[in-house]
Design a protein around this ligand. Structure first.
Ligand code: AMP
Length: 309
């Protein structure tokens, strides 16, 4: 377990903190820790000090806070408000590719106003995980000198907050979204067409996630394709994209480099951490994960990708 206590965060993550109920074809888990910020912070914590920005209600279990602390996550930016924590229920179909949202209860999220503690404002790396784009913009505006900013989004915001989302996209270095969201946001059917359109909206990089088929990084200089690490058994894919992005920005922060080769390697590490994350529900597998296991799987992954001996 990483320990990054008593250091100002180098990475700030804003996103949802959730109590999830998840049903897969094999198992149901109720009231487990979820949310984009939980997955991303846990993943990033293996590489560099990370601070969480989020909100919980008074019902948020103490053991979940303790779990965050065991990852060394800085919680100075985690607000606690009267009321219930954000809750989400999702159900996976047989092949786990299709997921249905059964219920979303915003609860304390509805009155969330993310004000950053002073210790976060100098962080060079920022991950704006999936929340309302105006909240993402508000967090970005409080970071003094961001060196690399990643933003994620979802269909909900493409439908309901398109203008603030476009404003946000103009200000980030890397926009990450899944394939269907890329098509939805641009109206373009082909992956490359959608990516080119997205690059035209402002970011230096566009990273399109394709679930178990990996991810594609687009920039003005070209394309980099990375498969997902092949796993025999996926127990719960919830949060895989957030774990991927958290591992990716963690790896960049550890190196303090933002060039494209670093970014490509960061994608590999993000994939590796995400591949562990989906081996169990919630943060259960990440809580047991070691840096040594990450390095061993990263080396195995590199061997799979090698075109030369
Ligand atoms: P992902 O699998 O990347 O879509 O992330 C799943 C996590 O996102 C779950 O743990 C949910 O609690 C959280 N989530 C679901 N809906 C929303 C939403 N509308 N806003 C923010 N987070 C959400």
């Amino acid at each position: 377990m990483p320990s990054k206590k008593n250091m100002n965060p180098e990475i700030v993550v804003v996103g949802s903190v959730a109590v999830d109920t998840i049903k897969t074809p094999w198992e149901k888990r109720a009231n487990i820790l979820g949310g984009s910020a939980s997955y991303a912070c846990a993943a990033a914590s293996f590489f560099a000090p990370v601070g969480m920005v989020g909100v919980v209600g008074t019902d948020f279990p103490r053991r979940y806070r303790k779990l965050y602390e065991s990852f060394g996550i800085d919680l100075a930016g985690l607000q606690s408000l009267p009321g219930k924590t954000f809750r989400w229920t999702g159900v996976y179909e047989k092949n786990m590719d299709v997921r249905r949202t059964i219920c979303t209860e915003l609860n304390v999220f509805a009155s969330f106003h993310p004000d950053l503690p002073p210790t976060y404002r100098r962080a060079p790396y920022l991950f704006l995980a999936n929340i309302a784009p105006d909240l993402q913009l508000h967090v970005l505006s409080q970071i003094e000198k961001p060196r690399f900013v990643i933003a994620d989004t979802m269909d909900l915001w493409i439908n309901t907050a398109r203008e603030p989302l476009k404003e946000l996209i103009r200000h980030v270095d890397l926009l990450t979204l899944n394939e269907s969201e890329a098509h939805h946001l641009t109206g373009k059917a082909g992956l490359v067409k959608a990516a080119v359109r997205l690059l035209g909206m402002g970011p230096r990089y566009v990273l399109i996630k394709k679930g178990e088929h990996g991810s594609a990084l687009f920039s003005d200089d070209g394309v980099f394709l990375l498969p997902a690490f092949p796993l025999l058994d996926v127990k719960d894919p919830t949060g895989a994209g957030d774990t991927f992005a958290g591992g990716l920005i963690g790896w960049m922060a550890e190196r303090n480099r933002t060039d494209e080769i670093t970014l490509r390697n960061a994608m590999l590490y993000g994939s590796v951490v995400a591949s562990f994350g989906v081996e169990d529900f919630s943060l259960d597998r990440l809580a047991k994960l070691t840096r040594k296991e990450i390095e061993t799987r990263a080396a195995e992954f590199r061997r799979m990708l090698a075109l030369r001996a």
